[in-house]
Design a protein around this ligand. Structure first.
Ligand code: COA
Length: 259
């Protein structure tokens, strides 16, 4: 429903862009005219995704990057600027988690998820800052979190703490960097039926129907719903929106609170 030139002339870097939500966001951004840099831990996956976008007539490149490593993130940002001439949009989408009761979680397991999700997001924001500040469109940072970072997430304390931390970081940066023309927002997806996470955690464990019923709309979302939200926040349609957490969860969070 967006016009094809909604993101024309912009450059976006998407972490975890080789698969899942990141890939759908990258595909939509490219269709709307943005040049996209896909970064991820698995070289083949980001390369293949970038090639597919280029074959479809978009403009994409790929860079193997572990978001836990600040130097690698900085290099990915610099490679983006070198290749595409600037950076206007940063999408912090890379995440990792596993279910484990907190009493059984090792300190290294805790650290690993905090490192990918929270530290990785900080690394992206920090490395991208000077280029986002220089953007002629105004910079935009979008980080993917979850309302489970606000309500708590039994069985995934590491991911819950990391996502809550990203929300707080984003609100802080929205104020600190607003004067630099940089908007900083988050998206909180609910259960998205066509993602690996929901398949692994809900569908394969036989909890699919139960989890769908926990939403007000009674169904899972689609990756496209999150990509649409990410396109809105990156575009001029959202030019006065900053420090916002856009909840795209079919009313799951509200139903949790209400019942
Ligand atoms: N249960 C308990 N502890 C676990 C675990 C699990 N399922 N998976 C990893 N850990 C612990 C490891 O035991 C290790 O701690 P230790 O050294 O004390 O034993 C620590 O976490 C690091 O594990 P490692 O396998 O070395 O980490 P990694 O960097 O290779 O991968 C993840 C970390 C989170 C990416 C990995 O767990 C993973 O692949 N998860 C599924 C994929 C995913 O998260 N996709 C994103 C969906 S949103």
């Amino acid at each position: 429903m967006y016009k094809d030139d909604t993101l024309k002339g912009r450059v976006a870097l998407i972490t975890g862009g080789g698969s899942g939500l990141g890939l759908d966001i990258a595909n939509l951004y490219a269709r709307l005219g943005a040049k996209v840099m896909l970064v991820g831990r698995t070289e083949e996956s980001v390369q293949a995704a970038a090639e597919a976008i280029n074959r479809e007539g978009g403009t994409a490149a790929a860079c193997r990057t572990d978001v836990r490593n600040y130097e690698e993130v900085k290099q990915a940002v610099e490679a983006t600027v070198q290749q595409f001439g600037g950076l206007d949009i940063l999408v912090n989408n890379a995440a990792g988690n596993f279910v484990c009761p907190t009493a059984e979680l090792s300190p290294n397991g805790w650290r690993t998820v905090i490192d990918i999700d929270l530290n990785g997001t900080f690394h992206g924001c920090h490395a991208a800052y000077p280029y986002l500040k220089a953007s002629s469109h105004g910079g935009s940072i979008i980080s993917i979190i979850t309302m489970l970072g606000v309500t708590g997430w039994p069985g995934a304390a590491h991911a819950s703490a990391a996502k809550g931390g990203i929300l707080s970081l984003s609100r802080t940066l929205a104020v600190e960097w607003g004067g630099d023309g940089i908007r900083v927002n988050t998206i909180s997806p609910g259960p998205i039926g066509d993602t690996e996470g929901v398949r692994r955690m809900y569908i394969e464990t036989g909890r699919g129907e139960l989890e769908a019923k926990k939403t007000a709309l009674g169904r899972f979302g689609r990756k496209q719903d999150i990509a649409n939200a990410a396109a809105y926040l990156a575009s001029d349609l959202a030019c006065y929106v900053t420090g916002e957490n856009l909840i795209v969860d079919g009313g799951r969070w509200l139903k949790y609170v209400a019942e």
